[in-house]
Ligand binder design. Sequence first.
Ligand code: ASP
Length: 347
Amino acid sequence: MSAATPRNIVISSANGLRACSKAMDMLRSGADTLDAVIAGVNIIELDPKDHSVGYGGLPNEEGVVELDACVMHGPTRRCGSVASIRNIKTPSLVAKAVMEQTDHIMIVGDGALKFAREMGFEETSLLTDESRIAWLVWKRSLRDPAGHNNWGPGLDSPPAKAPIAELKQFFPEATEDTLAWAWSVAVHPPKGTINCLALNTRGEMSGTTTTSGLAWKIAGRVGDSPLIGAGCYVDQDVGAAGSTGRGEENIRIAGGHTIVENMRHGMPPKEACLDALKRVARNFDSDRNRLAAIDINFYALRRDGEHAGATLWNSRRPDGTWSKTYSVNDGGESRLEPCVYLYEKKA
Ligand code: ASP
């Protein structure tokens, strides 16, 4: 591992450009690395237009938004986490409160909400109008083998029209763009999450991961994001790592911890992440047909500032750029860099 002087650097998932900029501003003004990454992801948690994180995140199958988040603070080697927490827009801050104010690491469900209330967090519905429409459209999209759905027109009704026109009848207030988006997320439940990792000039590192988890999940389902060692792991003697994408696959290989351990044993961040992806693939006997359904990404930041984003499948867009990227800020503007990948998907 190189002994280069540490520098301010922040990396994040592709949805984290603004998070990286905010965290970098804070690092420059001398803020703690954990406060910096949390302030960064708070922007996305509070953004109703990001439907994979915080407020406006897509709900579970019951129409309730349940959030997962964790934080890990390198200098004190402490961490905190919440899972399946409802009604609080910034679960990353609740995870930090668990770390700082309790002798526990993880609080879930009703207990997490109660704890957040006691800590003075404001309670509010996290379901936006757009997310509610997407949830109802998802319910309508579920069909039995005869094409019937109790949330759709009755068996005695005329044949279904094109979905957008049909949906317009039921959601006249929604624009066609909203309905087209709602249909696409209903049929292809999106993934998303934000992971953000930072290093400062003193060699201190922290990380956080926050998410609304998989859209339409079973109530109470917890993904990798709040799990220390899966969604995020930091050991500032070595580096930090995090993940987005199908949490079930990450949990099975403890990706965050695996990548940090790989770096501890000398692998550069790219190889460390690719090795984690190979472990994911190995769980499917490297069968690309089965792996085709899996979207998973890893991010690694080494203590000397070297970093990587890695994805199971990458593909080239018609303009030659890569579809899977991650966010980086090393002092200037935040930018997207291509992820290394295990497999290439032909366009
Ligand atoms: N990793 C998240 C989860 O499994 C979802 C995602 O990043 O898409 O909950």
